[in-house]
Ligand binder design. Structure first.
Ligand code: ATP
Ligand code: MG
Length: 516
């Protein structure tokens, strides 16, 4: 009985489908094209009129030719996670310049639901098939036009248009920034700026392993720097409010091997910014410097390492040139060649050009940039260059403290505490050793060397450094005493000379008096 009823139902369903297909065939065969279009268009409108839903479409290519819509790309990224969890048909795309080499998105005609602040929304991925197979310059035409359709209840119109879409685009862009492969740029010498596809900057993927976790320094100082960076990166509105360009200058100074370059890499990792490593010595003049600045993108760190060596800020360059002029060859051909070489080797970037680079009107374009200078000799820098407001934050990277050593011990040996730590702590207080040297000593020299052996090697190195420092202090003291002794002797000799000439004068005067 049951089976008979089921059979009847299937038969009924089959006949309904058959009728619909027959009606559709008749509709296509006997109704002219125009009438069919008219019926379909108004039929859709009628259904839309009855439906409580609203649709918004976001096309992949719209407006600017050849340019993919940013909104479409942001939505695709936003939906990527949701699609990979919920959709049954997925599309995989290899994304250029992305560390996440494959991104998944829903295939055409798939749907996923989203929920935001308690409101349910439906996203569908759609494609208009191309009408003709003709050649077109527009990338979308050959493959059909892809678009996303957002469907929601009409009562949520204001919420969706004012809040939800903004949220989706913002979140999509943020995910893109988080996932993108960061780049390390270096400036090309200006001789190579001309010609086909000439670039002012060339880049490689930035893959430095240094992070704030691996950086050896006092945790309080580290936290302070991280907070400063976070405040900066979230400060778009704040900088706008106070009328300041959205950029910040950092001066990192300290002896070689104390982690200045490592800190820059950690900052880039923390903020997910690109790095522009500016080699000032290959920049010809201030105009070139400005051109380079204009070509940098936002969310980046512009670095000038060893600023005191890159540019003469005290007029020494001029002196050097004067010296060269004195030694100029007589022969005009070699003189020209020497001039040319001199010209190409020297930079005419001046202090004022550099100051303009940091806070001139051009430096405000783009925004969200850090400018970092590093130096081993902070005292050599012109105060105008590093005054607060230009270099907003000065960070001293110094010799290894006990806290910094503990970070290195954890990273290199995976040791949190050890009986030798106390000895090392005392030795670090008495000796100046750079984190680079400590790190070198903590690296196992063979596969069999364990933490114990490495810490003992470090203690030996610290004792040697302490002994050397003691000897150097003794030698310095000896030289000082010797110098003072010499100076005293010189003064005594000069006194004797003065006495002698005085005696001579007195004697002569006496003779004259006697004669008189
Ligand atoms: N504070 C630190 N934390 C962790 N590692 C460090 C630190 N300082 C130095 N090192 C180690 O020493 C190496 C050299 O450090 P880095 O290049 O950062 O020094 P620097 O201050 O930039 O030196 P220079 O003034 O010569 O450019 C790094 O590769 C790193 O392994
Ligand atoms: Mg360095």
């Amino acid at each position: 009985m049951m089976t008979m009823m089921m059979g009847e139902k299937w038969a009924q369903l089959g006949s309904v489908i058959g009728s619909i297909m027959f009606a559709w065939a008749m509709f296509n065969q006997y109704f002219p094209q125009q009438l069919r279009d008219f019926i379909l268009k108004y039929g859709q409108k009628f259904v839309g009129f009855l439906s409580p839903n609203i649709h918004i479409t976001f096309h992949e290519f719209s407006g600017e030719y050849f340019k993919r819509s940013e909104a479409y790309a942001a939505i695709q990224t936003y939906l990527s996670d949701k699609s990979s969890m919920k959709a049954k048909n997925l599309k995989a795309e290899v994304v250029k310049d992305s560390s996440q080499s494959v991104i998944l998105s829903m295939a055409e005609n798939e749907e996923v639901t989203d929920e935001f602040e308690g409101v349910k929304l439906l996203w569908a991925s759609m494609k208009h098939a191309p009408r003709t197979q003709s050649f077109s310059w527009y990338p979308e035409a050959s493959d059909g036009k892809r678009y996303y359709k957002l469907t929601f209840h009409k009562s949520k119109r204001e919420f969706v248009t004012r809040t939800y879409i903004h949220h989706v685009l913002q979140e999509g862009k943020e995910i893109t920034v988080r996932n993108r492969q960061r780049k390390l740029y270096t400036n090309n010498p200006s001789q190579n700026w001309h010609g086909y596809q000439a670039r002012k900057w060339s880049h490689v993927a930035f893959e430095h392993p240094s992070t704030f976790d691996t950086l050896a320094m006092e945790s309080k100082k580290k936290e302070e720097i991280k907070n400063d960076l976070t405040k900066f990166s979230q400060g778009k509105e704040y900088y706008k409010k106070i009328g300041k360009a959205w950029k910040r200058g950092y001066l990192l100074y300290g002896p070689p091997g104390t982690g200045k370059s490592s800190m820059i890499a950690a900052m880039a990792d923390f903020l997910k910014y690109d790095i522009y490593d500016l080699e000032l010595t290959t920049v010809k003049d201030n105009t070139e410097l400005r051109k380079l600045l204009i070509e940098t993108t936002s969310k980046s760190i512009i670095v000038i390492e060893d600023i005191d060596c890159s540019i003469d800020l005290t007029g020494q360059r001029k002196k050097k040139k004067e010296k060269v002029e004195e030694e100029e060859p007589k022969d005009p051909v070699s003189k020209m060649a020497k001039d040319e070489e001199e010209e190409s080797n020297s930079t005419k970037v001046t202090l004022s050009g550099l100051l303009n680079f940091i806070d001139g009107i051009w430096s405000a374009t783009g925004g969200e940039r850090l400018i970092i200078f590093t130096t081993n000799h902070v005292e050599k820098l012109d105060p105008a260059l590093i005054r607060r407001g230009r270099m907003d934050k000065h960070i001293e990277l110094s010799y290894c403290s006990f806290q910094a050593f503990k970070v290195l011990a954890k990273n290199y040996l995976d040791v949190d505490s050890h009986q030798l730590f106390e000895t090392i702590g005392h030795l670090l207080e008495e000796t100046n050793i750079t984190p680079a040297d400590v790190a070198e000593n903590l690296m196992p020299k063979s596969l069999t060397e364990d933490a114990d052996a490495c810490l003992k090697t470090l203690i030996e190195a610290l004792e040697t450094a302490k002994e050397e420092a003691r000897k150097k202090a003794e030698e310095d003291m000896r030289l000082k005493v010797e110098k003072e002794e010499k100076e005293k002797q010189q003064v005594a000799q000069e006194d004797v000379k003065v006495d002698e000439s005085l005696a001579k004068e007195v004697k002569e005067n006496c003779v004259e008096v006697v004669k008189g």
